[in-house]
Write a protein that binds this ligand. Structure first.
Ligand code: SF4
Ligand code: MG
Length: 326
């Protein structure tokens, strides 16, 4: 199927004040080279530790942030630098976001009915009667009851609130959903229900997901392809099968070594790789490979030469000097 979203060399730098007197200016390189594509109806998982830039990548794609550099090609059109007026018409309807904390993103003073009515007004979609009908349908679609319309967010459990967040994302009939840690705040049993709901909706509605998570087990369950980020940079990108079975980047290997794997006969035992040192600051990233200060396999050239993110095996991309181009 067709590629619906392609992100090329995406960067998002935030200006900051630095120095003792806060008189100097610098930049936080929150995202400093994100690359991936996703086909219609697929899920791409974006993983990495907190602060790696995965959330900023999601928010920049949906244009909550203006990108510093790079391309966001959505359905063949580069939307990276579209003006808000140009976004309004189709893109804002077409790409929706689900947030980690559904409660924080729901207005506590509004009933569920008016929360779900809002996007219809913003986008001037449907008649009043159709909107009311659609709200009932949406609630049922996400496993809630149409009669919940008159209730307030605090009357719902965490799992129900995330269902509301999903319903709200669906109001405008999007094709692409950016889900930023959508189950991280939920109990494990509830996590599974929400993941199943997202998968059912994908099948029924043909949705495409960018699924952002620090949890490699969750991503392994839901994603078709997986991208690994470190300090604002995409380090590795491959099919889920290739990435989990044969991680190439030393950072990916370290991340995966910390995930308990079900014991299989003949399965290779993975030693836990403990990374030395602290995560460097994105306002002062290391030269060369940004991972070199912590990489167990760092070589002399890694300190000086930035590894190019390229296809090193078929459909398996990695930014690391250990591999030659395919
Ligand atoms: Fe490690 Fe060098 Fe590869 Fe970076 S380029 S991940 S420092 S081996
Ligand atoms: Mg985050």
């Amino acid at each position: 199927s067709e590629t619906i979203l392609k992100v090329n060399n995406l960067k998002k730098h935030f200006p900051i004040k630095t120095g003792v007197l806060q008189r100097e200016t610098g930049v936080v390189k929150a995202v400093d080279g994100a690359h991936f594509s996703v086909k219609k109806g697929e899920t791409i998982g974006i993983v990495g530790e907190s602060g790696c830039g995965k959330s900023t990548t999601g928010r920049t794609i949906i244009r909550l942030y203006e990108p510093t550099e790079g391309q966001i090609i959505y359905k063949g059109q580069d939307i990276a630098h579209l003006k808000e007026k140009e976004m309004r018409s189709t893109i804002r309807r077409d790409i929706q976001m689900i947030f980690q904390d559904p409660f924080a993103s729901l207005n506590p003073r509004k009933t569920l009915g008016s929360i779900l009515y809002e996007p219809f007004k913003v986008h001037k979609m449907y008649s009043h009667k159709e909107r009311e009908e659609r709200i009932g349908d949406l609630l049922e679609t996400v496993g809630l009851d149409a009669s919940f319309k008159s209730r307030y967010p605090h009357e719902f459990s965490g799992g129900q609130r995330q269902r509301i967040g999903i319903a709200r994302a669906l109001t405008t009939q999007p094709d692409l959903i950016i889900a930023d840690e959508p189950v991280s705040a939920l109990d494990v049993s509830i996590q599974a229900q929400i993941i199943n709901l997202l998968e059912d909706l994908q099948d029924d509605l043909g949705l495409t997901y960018v699924f952002i998570s620090h949890d490699l087990s969750v991503v392994r369950h839901i994603a078709d392809r997986v991208g690994v980020m470190y300090l604002g940079n995409m380090m590795e990108l491959a099919s889920k099968e290739d990435l989990y079975a044969e991680p190439l980047h030393p950072y990916t290997r370290a991340l995966l070594s910390a995930v308990p794997v079900p014991k299989r006969k003949g399965a290779e035992k993975r030693e836990k790789i403990v990374l030395q040192g602290d995560l460097p600051s994105p306002s002062n990233p290391p030269t060369g490979c940004v991972f070199h200060t912590r990489c167990p396999e760092a070589m002399e050239e890694c300190k000086k030469v930035v590894p190019v993110f390229e296809e090193k095996r078929q459909d398996h991309f990695v930014a690391c000097h250990l591999y030659k181009k395919a």
